[in-house]
Design a protein around this ligand. Structure first.
Ligand code: C5P
Length: 247
């Protein structure tokens, strides 16, 4: 059975392989997945993938958020398919064709997640980007529109806020993955930072999130392993409450 720790994706938002190794060693067995973002990948290149795999059994999420012309994204994904990662992200804000080509390029060897609306965006950002009033007044309708692009393109799921999971699951079904960043436990010493559409780990999991992405609340805590453990415990309680129908 999936345990609390299996829900946690730790964001390795660090600038060197040494720092990444430090966190992988600290959090080994305490989280289900490590996420490599652009900062680390640009610094280390793909070698970081085998470095992490040597140190832990956790899965690997390559969060490079591709967004380019469809043919380029397909070719990029053909390379990603050789890396042995479990998940990868593409933006859904370009075209359905681009997302379809991403899935095609991945050839089924990597799960493609569509990024809907970044969690540091809110209605004012949507307005400033020139979107129609309907999306400014109801940004969740933009999230749904983009999730639909991901769904129709054959993505494994989407990245969205925990606030949007119920809506996405009820529209696209429980097997369509919802991966939620912008997680802020109540006890976290970090505040929202730049994130806007935040939830606690328990809220996200009770809503149906399959994975929660956590960076700074673990990274900048005094004891990252303990912080991860506290989040896992919170999720374990949330799973039990969900099972007995408290939610
Ligand atoms: O430190 P924090 O917990 O806010 O980290 C969130 C992580 O999730 C970062 O690595 C960020 O790039 C990623 N992310 C996000 N919002 C998305 C997609 C990914 O914050 N929509």
């Amino acid at each position: 059975m999936k345990k609390g720790k299996d829900y946690i994706v730790f964001a390795l938002d660090v600038a060197s392989a040494d720092e990444a190794k430090k966190y992988v060693k600290l959090l080994k067995g305490k989280v289900g997945m490590f996420k490599i973002g652009l900062e680390l990948f640009i610094q280390t290149g793909p070698d970081i993938i085998s470095i992490i795999k040597e140190l832990s059994d956790a899965k690997i999420f390559l969060d490079l958020k591709f967004h380019d012309i469809s043919e380029t994204v397909k070719r990029v994904m053909e390379r990603v398919a050789q890396l042995g990662v479990d998940l990868v992200t593409v933006h859904t804000s370009s075209s359905q064709k681009m997302v379809e080509m991403a899935v095609k390029g991945g050839g089924g060897s990597v799960g493609v997640l569509g990024v809907t609306l970044l969690t540091d965006n809110d209605a004012s950002v949507v307005e400033a980007c020139g979107f129609k009033e309907i999306y400014i007044n109801d940004i969740q309708s933009l999230v749904i529109k983009r999730a639909e692009i991901a769904y129709k393109s054959g993505c494994k799921g989407v990245v969205c806020s925990g606030q949007e999971v119920i809506m996405i699951k009820s529209r696209f079904g429980k097997d369509f993955m919802a991966v939620t960043p912008a997680i802020r436990p109540k006890w976290s010493i970090t505040n929202k930072d730049d994130q806007k559409r935040i939830t606690t780990p328990a809220m996200a999991v009770k809503a149906g999130a399959d994975l929660i992405v956590v960076g700074r609340p673990i990274k900048i805590s005094n004891d990252p392993a303990l912080a991860a453990q506290k989040i896992a415990d919170e999720i374990d309680v949330a799973i039990k409450e969900k099972d007995v129908g408290f939610f």
